[in-house]
Design a protein around this ligand. Structure first.
Ligand SMILES: NC(=O)c1ccc[n+]([C@@H]2O[C@H](COP(=O)([O-])OP(=O)(O)OC[C@H]3O[C@@H](n4cnc5c(N)ncnc54)[C@H](OP(=O)(O)O)[C@@H]3O)[C@@H](O)[C@H]2O)c1
Length: 299
């Protein structure tokens, strides 16, 4: 068994569900956690807030990562390749947002789609060699990639319509509904997760899974909503039986790459292995969106 600290990389993690999961990661002995954060001060605050939870021999740091630009994703991956020659043991794609007005990124993609799906799709592809190295360093179990998904990829869950994932309206230029765009981003993420899982089927080095942390109205994911919605989420929806706490959300994500690590291509929800939407299992759509995503991120 290697005596090198196991390296975990998480996107976001300075607040919210990711932060709760990060607390559980660093409470394990002998791990090193790297948070990819878009804001230096918020990243530093996240690291400081994690320090009381560090187990013996464990460490945490943050590095710059803005998922709204592919250049930042590439820089983050290059930096990790240089600083982590032993590889990565676990990669958690946690960062996400829900944007309700049509905003394009510097790379000219709709913001929900780029931050929630395209940039993290690119990051995974760039980090596969490091995850392979990680398995060579810690061969007792596969390296693991975990996407933080959402049950909102499924039609009929939550309010409003969608998803409506079409190439014709991928940028929201024909019709814009922020919730539909969020749902589309999570569906696209899941379609590509299943394609990646199929490509890793006979590969002992890496497993990939997705997890929905539950409905957690108290996080900052709603920051782009109006005041009335934010107040209702914090004070009313947080009390309904379908709601979970942010701590429970973090525990579910943690469980997906600890207890769920042996699984490849799994979808976890409410803390158990579950069934994602029929559309997410459509093989033609999986191939289509994998190829489209690869092309537009420049792979
Ligand atoms: N809350 C729910 O009910 C729920 C349900 C299902 C799935 N999820 C998913 O769970 C994940 C975490 O969400 P949360 O509820 O914990 O929300 P949150 O509290 O708003 O946390 C979101 C995290 O993503 C980071 N982030 C946002 N945009 C970024 C960018 N451009 N580059 C890098 N990092 C960025 C944020 O960083 P800053 O601090 O700098 O903003 C923060 O660390 C998301 O993927 C979300 O879709 C949430």
């Amino acid at each position: 068994m290697s005596s090198t600290k196991k390296v975990y990389v998480m996107t976001g993690g300075n607040i919210g569900i990711g932060f709760e999961c990060a607390k559980l990661i660093v409470a394990q002995p002998n791990v090193h956690l790297i948070l990819g954060c878009r804001d230096t001060q918020r990243g530093a605050a996240g690291v400081k807030n994690l320090e009381p939870f560090l187990a013996n021999g464990s460490t945490v740091e943050h590095k710059p990562l803005d998922l709204a630009t592919f250049a930042s994703v590439r820089k983050f991956a290059t930096e990790l390749a240089e600083s982590q020659p032993q590889g990565i043991h676990t990669l958690i794609l946690n960062a996400g947002l829900m944007v309700f007005s049509r905003r394009m990124t510097v790379d000219n993609f709709e913001t929900n789609l780029q931050v929630n799906h395209l940039s993290q799709f690119l990051l995974v592809q760039l980090l596969l060699p490091l995850l392979r190295k990680g398995h060579a360093t810690w061969p007792e179990e596969p390296s693991c990639i975990t996407f933080v998904s959402s049950s909102l990829h499924q039609p009929g869950t939550g309010r409003g319509k969608g998803p409506e994932l079409t190439i014709e309206n991928i940028d929201g230029s024909k019709e814009f509904d922020g919730m539909v765009m969020y749902r589309n981003s999570k569906l696209c993420q899941l379609l590509c997760m299943f394609t990646l899982a199929a490509s890793l089927e006979n590969d002992e080095a890496i497993n990939v899974n997705a997890v929905c942390p539950g409905f957690i109205p108290t996080t900052d994911l709603k920051r782009d909503s109006g005041l009335a919605t934010r107040v209702m989420m914090d004070n009313v929806l947080s009390r309904i039986s379908a709601a979970s706490t942010v701590t429970e959300g973090g525990e579910r994500v943690f469980k997906a790459f600890t207890e769920g690590r042996a699984k490849n291509g799994g979808y976890f929800s409410k803390g158990e292995e579950s069934q994602s939407s029929d559309e997410s299992h459509d093989a033609e759509k999986q191939q289509f969106w994998w190829k489209w995503s690869s092309d537009v991120v420049g792979l």
